[in-house]
Structure formats: C-alpha cells, structure tokens
Design a protein around this ligand. Sequence first.
Ligand SMILES: Nc1ncnc2c1ncn2[C@@H]1O[C@H](COP(=O)(O)OP(=O)(O)OP(=O)(O)O)[C@@H](O)[C@H]1O
Ligand SMILES: [Mg+2]
Length: 376
Amino acid sequence: MHNGPRTGLAAVSTALLAMSRRLEVRDVLRTIVVSARELLDAEYAALGVPDDHGGFAQFVVDGITEEQWRRIGPLPRQHGILAAMLHQDGPERLADVRRDPRFEGWPPGHPEMSDFLGAPVRDGEETLGALFLANKKGARGFTDEDEDLLSLLAQHAAIALTNARLYERSRELTIAEERSRLAHELHDAVSQKLFSLRLTAQAAAALVDRDPARAKGELQQVAALAAEAADELRAAVTELRPAALDEDGLVATLRNHVRVLDRAHAARVTFTCDGVRALPATQEEALLRVAQEALHNALRHSGADLVEVTLARRGGGAALRVTDNGQGFVPSAVRRAGRHLGLVSMRDRASGVGGRLAVHSEPGTGTTIEMEVPGG
Ligand SMILES: Nc1ncnc2c1ncn2[C@@H]1O[C@H](COP(=O)(O)OP(=O)(O)OP(=O)(O)O)[C@@H](O)[C@H]1O
Ligand SMILES: [Mg+2]
C-alpha cells in the first residue's frame, strides 16, 4: 500500500469513491474507518460521532474482534483524548498516547495502544465526529504524510457524512408524506366502511331474538361491508385506486355506495345522475372520496333523515353535490388543526385535481357540499 505514489493515490481514490457511494450514515462510517486503517497501515481505527449528552451516538471500530469489543463494554464517553479530538481544529499525533497528560487509562478489555493519530471530522463550524488510529504497523510510528492523509480522509468523511445525513433526512420526509397520504386514505375510505359496519352489526344484534330472519340479512350486510373495508384497506396501502372505479366507473361505484349506505343507516340516502361522461381517473377518484366523506359526515353528524347525492355534467367536467336536511353547522368554526381531517381532506382532494370545493351550511338549514372538477 505504501510502495509508490501511484498505488498510494489509487488506494486513496478508491477509498474516497467508496465513501461517497454509501448512502446510509452507518455504512459511510464503516467505510471511512476501514479505509483509514488500511491506508495508514494501523492496527486499530475508530470513528466516534458525538451525541449532545457527553457520549457518542455512534462509535465504529476496525481492528478489534467482536469478542474484544463486547468485553470493553458500553460506548466510551467524551473524555480524555477522545474529547480532545472533538474540540480541536486539526490532527494530533502522539508517539505514546499513554504518556499524554489527558490519558485516563483503558477500560477493562481494551487493547494496549501506543502511537496515536487522530483528527476531527468537521463540516464548517460543526464537529461531526473524530477519527482515530493507533499502533502503526512496523513500529515506525505515524509520519507527517500519515497526518496529511488522515486530514484529507477526515475532510472527505465530513462530506460523505453530510450527504448521507441529507439522504436519510429526505427519506424520512418521504416517509412522513407517505404516512400522511395513508392517514387520509384510511380516514376517507376505511373508517367510513367500519362505521357503517358497526351500525349494521348493532342492528343485527338488536334483531337477533325478535326477528332472526332479518338479523340474518343484516349479518350478510356485515360480511359484505367487512369485505369492502378489506378492499379499501388494501387499495390504500398499495396506493391503488379503488378497484370498483376501474371496473365500474364513477357513476356505478357511487350509485352502489349510496345503496349500501341507504341500507345500513336509518336516513334515506338517494343518488341521481345527469349526463356525466367519463372523467380523468384522478378526478373520478377525488369525486368519489369527497362524496364518501360528505356522506359520512352527513350520516354521522347531522341527524338528517334525508341525504341526497347528485352528479351532473358541468361544461367538460362534472359537479357533485351532497345535501342533507340535518342540523347544519358553522364551517368557519371548525378548528383546522386537530382531529378533524374530513373537511381538510375534501379541500385537498378537490384542489389536487384542479377542482373547487364549497361548503354551505348553517345551523338549522342542513348542509350542502359541492365539488366541481374541470374534466379532461
Ligand atoms: N353534514 C354535517 N352536518 C352537521 N355537522 C357537520 C357536517 N359535516 C361536518 N360537520 C361538523 O364539522 C366538523 C368537522 O368535520 P370533519 O369531517 O372535518 O371532521 P370529523 O368528521 O369530526 O372527523 P373526521 O372526518 O376526521 O373523522 C364535524 O365534527 C361536525 O361537527
Ligand atoms: Mg368527517
């Protein structure tokens, strides 16, 4: 590894490339430590990433067996030489670390180390970690070149670590977005089915002694609703459109949904449709979801005995209207933050497909939800 400048350069370049190719922080740390130990011909190498509580969030070592590592015990704290490395600007070379005034002794099971080279890993003002090497092979001790090389590795380690952190952060963001999408899907589709299912099961329980035949009918309805809930759940999780939309189109899907609700709930629920043509898939899905939530709200909150759904052609697009004759509410008084997802989700769905949503409601007059989509 040290038999000529060309091989040396090739080895360094290989190490740097390996570092920058890693995307996970843990892998980056490993690659840095292994490369540093090999390139600098040391017996031991370690990289510590400090936490905010005087310890290390991560401490990766190379040259120590698993068994030795286990025997040493918990991760080191930031003190002695380790702490010093985190707080200084450049590398530090010691002929014998044990003679240094900052040396505080080895924990039990720690291998004996003498010559020592360490450098902070810094990104501007921020200290990301510290990189250490011990026991240069061949008892020559670390050299000036070793010191330069370690500084170079530490600089690249800083870049690789920062990139890996950004990558992990962006993935967390994607996961957070995914979680919020799933929450909306589950809210809009699955929880409504479960709500109807619960009511139908209660109806069956109430009927079972008095009228077993009708109870049996309700129980069949329970089974059907459970199957639909399972389908919706699968669609939400796999990010599929509701299968019914693909198979039957919006009008038939909506008509069927209304029929199910009409049977499951005490209120009468009706559907009328007027000259609607097929719409772009995303707009159909948005209309279906908004209709579902508007229906759900009407059945759950309004106390209405009539809920009417209409779908009509509007220019090249369509207009959906869900009206109940229930108690109404004050839309501006609904707290935007907090547990109420429905109205927010309906607005998001409408604007997500270039459509508009209007909520007309007043205490005492019932509620109308209107949504328009532009069409293809
Ligand atoms: N059709 C309606 N009739 C009467 N009140 C309604 C109606 N629709 C909504 N509301 C009122 O507006 C509030 C907010 O509705 P929204 O759908 O945003 O949340 P939610 O239904 O309470 O909870 P979630 O939809 O998240 O399960 C409801 O809690 C209810 O008080
Ligand atoms: Mg709701």
